[in-house]
Design a protein around this ligand. Sequence first.
Ligand code: PXP
Length: 410
Amino acid sequence: MFLNQRRNALCADAMPVTIISRHAGMDAALLARAENMAERLLVLSGRSKFQVNIVFTGDEELQQLNQHYRSRPEPTNVLSFPFMEGAAASLAKLPIKELGDIIISVDRAEAETLLFGESLHRRLSWLMVHGLLHLLGYDHEKSAEDADIMYAKEQELLRQTDTFRRTKMAHLAINVDHVATIRQARGITEPDPVTAAAICELAGAEGIVVHLREDRRHIQDRDVRILRETVQTKLNLEMGAAREIIAIALDIVPDMVTLVPEKRAELTTEGGLDIVGQKKKLAQTVARMNKSNIPVSLFIDPDLEQVKASLDIGATFVELHTGTYADAADEKERDRQFELIRVAAEEAHLLGLRVNAGHGLNYTNTAAIAALDCIEELSIGHAIISRAVFSGLDKAVRDMRAIIERASYY
Ligand code: PXP
């Protein structure tokens, strides 16, 4: 039985990695981070156009496979099954070249975390590296020399994944709340944020964001439910950690949620979450989401303590708050705020968190943030919807994407 199967669900132009989980210990955070790590490994090993399947399962299945294919009675931590042996795979004239399957025992990995004093994510990463190298023809069982070569390659690849940088442009996720704000001003049915989301996607947006506020000032429950059905890229539900909204998220199961602090009187989100100060409560919410296969992003100020605390409570992503950078009164302060974002993004990335950024980004201040190549995605609303009033939504999205694309590559 597949407990969960993810096929590039979190990344529209992701590398061809298919992750299959048959182990209850693999929650959404571990799966999303494993998928990200597998994509890095494909790029770093020069196989970005290849397909790899990774199965997370338990000792029982590994034991059966080990017995069946290698006549060994004991379970093992990882087994690799190449689609084709050796050079044949590279030469095959297939549109997507299959590397093969990597089967990992999460039971073994969990036991080995104690042995090696590593996190489960780190241990699974090592097992993926090991399995991938077997698919590429490395074999430590052939001779002592082969073992040394494979070991050195493993270390090198793992080191490179730590400092791996985005190889594609940052993604643009568009917040369509303000389309709903206009609708609610009249209390009628137009303009519809669902239509806006479709136009954004047609213009190239890689994700749609909506904030279901407790006071329902703009986005309504009906919007989120329809968007769940219609969004073709990725639906990111922004929300406060309130009981009623958590229940809706668990029912709808968006592609991810972004937890934000929410105050009734605020005009917009005013700052990042204090993860350090609310660790216990937020950890519970993150765990509930992860258990329901919903990866969580935490909206935080660019502060290293908040970054570390986000990792501690099981987040997959952090979204770095760029509002203070955007609102800086002068250039000196903007540079200072930018530096905080740069350092926090680097640190989060190094810890294995995936990094997004947003708030207050517009057509003049976005390029600098998009150029930070460990930031995966930018979440932008107000500036794009404002410009759409004059230029049309399609053009407003394409213009912002062009800025991000230029900044990503130069
Ligand atoms: N990210 C988060 C967490 C937000 O709360 C918002 C505002 O809803 C945004 C990004 C988008 O901000 P803006 O509308 O200023 O682009």
